[in-house]
Ligand binder design. Structure first.
Ligand code: LLP
Length: 406
């Protein structure tokens, strides 16, 4: 993990956290691109280079991170027209991009077809019909994947499971006859190239994913005659949010599992990792504005909160909070809260942290995935800055402009 104490000072890799906060101010997201590069390499090697990795950019769409992904020759999994255009703006070509999501608009589908992206993962028969009509109008043949819902339950937060029959995602086995009909009827404008799945996020063990793959294999075989090439296993591998107390699946275990289960299909494996590549490589630096102690609580009120990192409020997610400087080794139990006018605005509750004072800097760890991309302007606070650290250089990211999006 990049955060470590040397004496009483906290370091992010080789950078002293207090120095970063002084130089760039707070609140600021910092990302270690050297670590992201190592993660990508580990992922590629775990599949012996024989995999199409499409980074789920919803996890973190920072331009320098995207450019690094492109340099390392991996593609993109986009989930909106905005993400598609953002990927194209940051060095990717259309053939690097696959496009998933349950609610694609006609405008977004037209964009994907006009740009000629690699694959559209289809999530309903109605969407397939819409794609066929648009492809016909544009005189194109759409390359698609069927997103299969294998109906497996996953031990993760209910808001981030996606492969259970009650989730809105994908199509379960009851849809298969209708899909076969539609594919046959629309042969001229639809080419089925992939069977895809994605069962959820922060998967702490591989058994639900292997169950999902095993349940999806017969579907692949059933649809092989339509010209299938890819088996897309989605994303979802967990990271450790608690100082090495959990051991999420390694890239090697993940790669071995997928390759062993899919060996006999003679297909190319695609996957869509997000969090596993970037989550552990980012932190949000914040400053303590006030300490407020009541008979019930010690509040550390910081200059960030649910508007910049919504995961604790939304999923009761755990992020380590570390003081940039440990004052004499004393600790206290804090609720670390933000300035937003809601009691749901917290970063950590009842957390034992080195004693804090006003103006102290804290690092909110493992915030590289679903941090900045889920941030908002709620209460009209400014968005945090973003800083990338790569090969000894710190670069400030230019603020994203809404006009860049669709
Ligand atoms: N592919 C698809 C189709 C997805 O929907 C997702 C994530 C991924 C890949 C990447 O999943 P990952 O490898 O990052 O787990 N905001 C939540 C996570 C939502 C994930 C949504 N889909 C969080 O902060 O935990």
């Amino acid at each position: 993990m990049p955060m470590n104490y040397k004496g009483s000072h906290l370091y992010f890799g080789k950078y002293k956290v207090e120095t970063l906060a002084k130089k760039f101010g707070t609140p600021t997201y910092i990302y270690d691109l050297d670590l992201i590069a190592q993660n990508i390499q580990k992922h590629i090697s775990a599949f012996h280079g024989n995999v199409g990795i499409h980074y789920a950019m919803k996890a973190n769409a920072n331009p320098q991170i995207l450019r690094l992904m492109k340099k390392k020759k991996i593609g993109i999994d986009a989930v909106s027209g905005g993400e598609l255009l953002w990927a194209l703006k940051h060095d990717f070509v259309a053939q690097d991009i696959i496009y998933s999501g349950v609610g694609k608009s006609s405008e977004e589908i037209e964009l994907a077809l006009r740009k000629n992206i690699k694959l559209i993962n289809v999530e309903s028969p109605a969407e397939l019909i819409r794609i066929a009509l648009i492809a016909k109008r544009l005189k194109k043949k759409a390359r698609i994947g069927i997103r299969y819902n294998p109906d497996v339950s996953v031990d993760t937060h209910p808001y981030i499971t996606t492969g259970f029959r009650e989730n809105k995602f994908g199509m379960d086995k009851s849809f298969l006859p209708e899909l076969k009909n539609l594919l046959t009827k629309n042969k001229k404008h639809i080419l089925l190239e992939a069977i895809s799945l994605h069962i959820g996020s922060q998967l702490k063990n591989l058994s639900p994913l292997s169950e999902a793959i095993l349940k999806t294999k017969p579907v692949y075989k059933e649809f092989q005659e339509f010209g299938l090439k890819y088996f897309d296993i989605g994303g979802g591998i967990a990271i450790d949010y608690h100082d090495d107390t959990e051991s999420p699946p390694s890239f090697v275990e993940y790669g071995q599992m997928a390759q062993t289960l899919l060996k006999d299909l003679n297909c190319k494996i695609l996957c869509e990792p997000g969090r596993a590549l970037v989550g552990g490589a980012g932190a949000l630096l914040a400053k303590v504005e006030y300490i407020k102690s009541t008979p019930f609580k010690n509040f550390a009120i910081v200059n960030t909160g649910m508007h910049h990192l919504i995961r604790p409020s939304l999923y009761q997610a755990h992020h380590r909070v570390l003081a940039a400087n440990r004052h004499q080794g004393e600790t206290l139990t804090y609720d670390v809260v933000g300035p937003i006018c809601e009691s749901s605005d917290f970063i950590a509750k009842s957390r034992i942290i080195s004693k804090l004072e006003a103006d102290d800097v804290v690092a909110i760890c493992e915030a590289g995935a679903y941090g900045f991309t889920m941030a908002s302007f709620y209460n009209l606070h400014r968005l945090p800055k973003e800083i990338t650290l790569y090969k000894g250089r710190a670069t400030e990211t230019k603020p994203m402009l809404i006009k860049d999006l669709l």
